[in-house]
Ligand binder design. Structure first.
Ligand SMILES: *[C@@H]1O[C@H](CO)[C@@H](O)[C@H](O)[C@H]1NC(C)=O
Ligand SMILES: *[C@@H]1O[C@H](CO)[C@@H](O)[C@H](O)[C@H]1NC(C)=O
Ligand SMILES: *[C@@H]1O[C@H](CO)[C@@H](O)[C@H](O)[C@H]1NC(C)=O
Ligand SMILES: *[C@@H]1O[C@H](CO)[C@@H](O)[C@H](O)[C@H]1NC(C)=O
Length: 473
């Protein structure tokens, strides 16, 4: 997209240059095709200096810095060493399956299945606490992206995941911790001058069954869950007073301290962070590679109309906490992909913790078959851990794939980059096995985090719409 005829020149120059070394690739897009060309020049950006301040909430021009779990800049540390922990496709698909089951509540015995507590269920203010296992999944990369947020007065900084579909509350490990749990990164309520217990019976207490003075419950699987309010510091200039969150005595398995709730719940950050007229409630840009830094911002000015494209948010009567849009079609290589009306899901969830994108079977089949026709000159590779539309690009000097565009209601056509639409067996070398990063699902379609990378996704809750600004980080 960003490349046009100038890129064609670059392409021709690349074709003419000798492939000394030949160990890199260059990608660009022109006329409905993504080109990948073998190159002897390292196209990667110089390594970030990782000057992020993890000891306190920080801000960049765009908001709170967001980094990938495997980034050398990750506040979880040792990012470079963790490169080998890169999850396999099978791991990612398994994690996606768990996530999809918990999104749709069809799982009554898997570990992350939420069990609605009294006062929970489908209501906007309901809270579901996992009924078994850890509240945060065990597989590597449970939360791929993290930020630093401060709780209490003075602010105690913690590394937090963030999620648009949560159990209905921001979760934070607090002291005292359970006896068998690490406690080095837990909030210390006694060191905060602004902390308050939510009283049992208060409208802010989702546990209608609690007894005693405080809004707390001893959950069989994760122990004491206790609701408190305190000041939340997102950036030095963005604070939220009396922010309600749930104190847990257990630690998330990804070594962070908790999860920020960005759902549509009335206690979520999306609802509580200041957002004056002319601003969006929140937006994020997920970094496109572990080496780069994205952002999470609250109450940022709405971008100029020509910069962002918008699609209306749909109401979801089953779960008011979800962000649902209408995916009306696809384009492949430029033109619309012909689709039978039954292939269109209408309700499509925008999710942060599903990695791949799942389409209704009819839409997926049309994409797979259309892609397959385009790609007939390339050797087909066996399925990769469940992704079934794969090609072997090993040994080639150049290859082209048709671009995929997601068409949302309201004319929001989102073009996907090569890394957003394809998964490569070697993420650093496209001359490996490349598969369409999509899957099929019977009921509701889900837009995963992979296709959102490098695009700023704006949540304009006042205007009831979601916007996209491509190539933003
Ligand atoms: C949970 O912990 C809080 C804070 O330590 C305490 O006040 C509350 O009584 C505990 N609740 C239960 C059910 O154990
Ligand atoms: C909470 O429940 C656990 C497990 O059922 C039990 O061992 C523990 O003593 C309980 N704690 C309180 C404060 O009731
Ligand atoms: C969490 O930290 C511990 C101790 O530093 C380490 O052994 C473990 O691998 C870490 N887990 C993850 C998921 O990074
Ligand atoms: C891909 O192609 C290369 C070169 O032709 C071959 O050596 C390799 O085994 C193929 N890999 C797969 C998974 O088909």
């Amino acid at each position: 997209m960003a490349w046009s005829s100038a890129s064609l020149l670059v392409f021709l120059v690349l074709l003419a240059s000798p492939y000394l070394g030949c160990s890199y690739h260059t990608s660009y897009t022109h006329g409905g095709k993504h080109y990948t060309v073998r190159s002897n020049r390292d196209p990667r950006q110089p390594q970030q200096s990782c000057s992020l301040q993890h000891s306190e909430p920080s801000s960049s021009a765009d908001g709170v810095p967001v980094v990938h779990r495997l980034s050398p800049c990750s506040p979880l540390g040792n990012g470079a060493r963790k490169q080998e922990e890169h999850p396999s496709v099978a791991d990612v698909l398994r994690r996606d399956a768990l996530r999809l089951r918990s999104l749709f509540g069809a799982d009554n015995h898997g570990s992350p299945a939420p069990s609605p507590l009294p006062g929970g269920g489908g209501s906007d203010d309901g809270v579901s606490i996992p009924n078994r296992g850890a509240p945060i999944e065990e597989l590597p990369g449970a939360f791929d992206y993290h930020v630093v947020a401060g709780f209490g007065t003075p602010a105690q900084p913690f590394i937090m995941g963030f999620d648009t579909h949560t159990t209905g509350a921001t979760l934070l490990q607090c002291q005292p911790c359970a006896a068998n749990q690490p406690c080095g990164h837990a909030f210390d309520p006694s060191a905060s001058s602004s902390i308050a217990q939510v009283p049992c019976g208060s409208p802010d207490c989702p546990f209608h069954g609690c007894s005693g003075r405080s809004c707390s419950l001893n959950n069989t699987f994760i122990g004491n869950v206790s609701f408190v309010t305190d000041t939340l510091t997102l950036t030095p200039s963005t604070t939220i007073g009396s922010f309600r969150f749930a104190c847990l005595e257990v630690t998330p398995s990804d070594n962070s301290s908790g999860v920020l709730d960005l759902s549509r719940n009335s206690h979520s950050l999306a609802s509580r962070a200041p957002s004056p007229p002319g601003t969006v409630a929140f937006s994020y840009c997920l970094p496109s590679s572990p080496g780069s830094v994205g952002f999470l911002s609250f109450g940022a000015a709405m971008p100029m109309p020509h910069k962002a494209i918008y699609t209306p948010l749909r109401k979801n009567p089953d779960n008011g906490n979800l962000y649902v849009v209408d995916l009306v079609g696809l384009r492949l290589g430029g033109p619309d992909l012909p689709l039978p009306p039954t292939a269109i899901a209408r309700d499509t969830i925008v999710d942060l913790r599903t990695t791949f994108t799942y389409l209704k079977p009819g839409m997926y089949a049309a994409l797979r078959d259309g892609f397959h026709r385009w790609m007939s000159r390339y050797p087909v590779a066996p399925p990769l851990g469940g992704l079934d539309t794969c090609y072997n690009f090993t040994g080639l000097d150049i290859f082209t794939v048709p671009t995929v565009t997601l068409k949302f209601a309201g004319g929001a056509d989102v073009d996907l980059s090569m890394d957003e639409m394809m998964y490569f067996s070697d993420p650093k070398d496209h001359f490996s096995i490349g598969c369409l990063a999509f899957g099929a699902r019977d009921d509701t379609a889900v837009i995963g985090s992979r296709v959102q990378m490098s695009t700023e996704v704006l949540y304009d809750l006042r205007g009831e719409k979601i916007g996209f600004v491509p190539y933003r980080c």
